[in-house]
Design a protein around this ligand. Sequence first.
Ligand SMILES: Cc1cc2nc3c(=O)[nH]c(=O)nc-3n(C[C@H](O)[C@H](O)[C@H](O)COP(=O)(O)OP(=O)(O)OC[C@H]3O[C@@H](n4cnc5c(N)ncnc54)[C@H](O)[C@@H]3O)c2cc1C
Length: 390
Amino acid sequence: MFKGIDYYDIESGLSPQARQVRDTVRAFVEQEVMPVIRDHYRAGTFPLSLVPRMAELGMLGAGLSGHGLPGIDSFAYGLMMQELERGDSGLRSFVSVQGALVMHPILTFGSAAQKERWLPLLASGRAIGCFALTEPDHGSDPAGMTCRAVQQGNGYLLNGTKMWITNGTIADVALVWAKLDGVIRGFLLERGAPGFSADEITGKLSHRASDTATLVLHDVPVPEANLLPGAHGLKCPLSCLNQARYGIAWGALGAAMACFEEVRSYTGKRQVFGRPLAAFQLTQAKLADMLTEITKGQLLALQLARLRDAGRLRPEQVSLAKRNNVRMALEVARTARGMLGANGITDWYQSMRHMCNLETVDTYEGTYEIHTLALGRDLTGLDAISEWKD
Ligand SMILES: Cc1cc2nc3c(=O)[nH]c(=O)nc-3n(C[C@H](O)[C@H](O)[C@H](O)COP(=O)(O)OP(=O)(O)OC[C@H]3O[C@@H](n4cnc5c(N)ncnc54)[C@H](O)[C@@H]3O)c2cc1C
């Protein structure tokens, strides 16, 4: 059983709730994810059959409160993300999208009827959601989106294309961000709406166990009741992404831990020049560096959780942690891949799968560069990207 990495005794600060959540998700990943994830990654399929179990274990919308949702604290939620991504980034992404990017905006910006209808369905896994902000020509600059809604009768007509949408082909409801009279608004589009199609993006060398789609909207009629009444402007989808990035800062730690554990065990057994690989100073230096970076990342995430629960977390602090922890995990995964030698380029081991996944995690939810610019703006008061103003 995976034991995690805890060089600084973070375990001693766990609440009973956080320990229970961590142990439950850890056992789920060990028993139900690890036996199937390699085959899904090879086949390029999302393990849809795990969704009811994740719902049963309370993972969907776990960090949200009200409407019967569990409302677990930030530490417990972070550990849940860590454990899930220890299995595969695709699973953590699924849970992030469902909770932070679909249930959270419905809870925050939705009407009473929207909350009543969708939250129970999404929490129980009877419905799957996706969050459609990115377009083929607008990723880092979503303000430039060309997806448009126009008023028609008692509703709207939507036109445009969204790309790189996680859960896109399996979603029952898509939260599509589009401009209405020049203002970005959120619309709930249901599967099967006329003029609405979702096509799987093939050829991915990363996030292969995750569903990623292009959504095409051609004169899609959307009733007035499906507009999120409380969402006006880019700050709304960005605030959702901020929630999801919090989970990513923790999730990346799980991927890094998986790689570290794999290579620590491997180098103890692998004989080179008549001795275990772990006996050589260069190997020990790599292990010491990996452990140090993972531990620093854990302490960042831990303080992030404290600030979040105290209601004092700033988006820039989330940017710093997402930027650091994902890049750190990517470096750990690359180093681990190398230490596995030729074995490391296969899927007999996990490190290269995590490494490939982390390339996506480094890109989505704000690239490394975009979070650098967010920090730069915070530090200097000078905005390198004027379009951020909304
Ligand atoms: C597997 C996967 C799943 C995804 N899931 C979702 C989803 O569910 N919903 C969704 O809406 N989107 C999703 N995305 C999209 C993701 O958020 C975007 O890919 C991301 O925002 C980057 O946009 P882009 O790919 O268009 O890159 P671009 O914006 O074209 O950027 C290209 C490069 O230029 C750099 N760059 C951009 N601007 C600057 C600048 N001002 N200065 C210096 N460098 C800059 C970037 O950092 C990057 O390195 C997903 C992406 C992937 C790969």
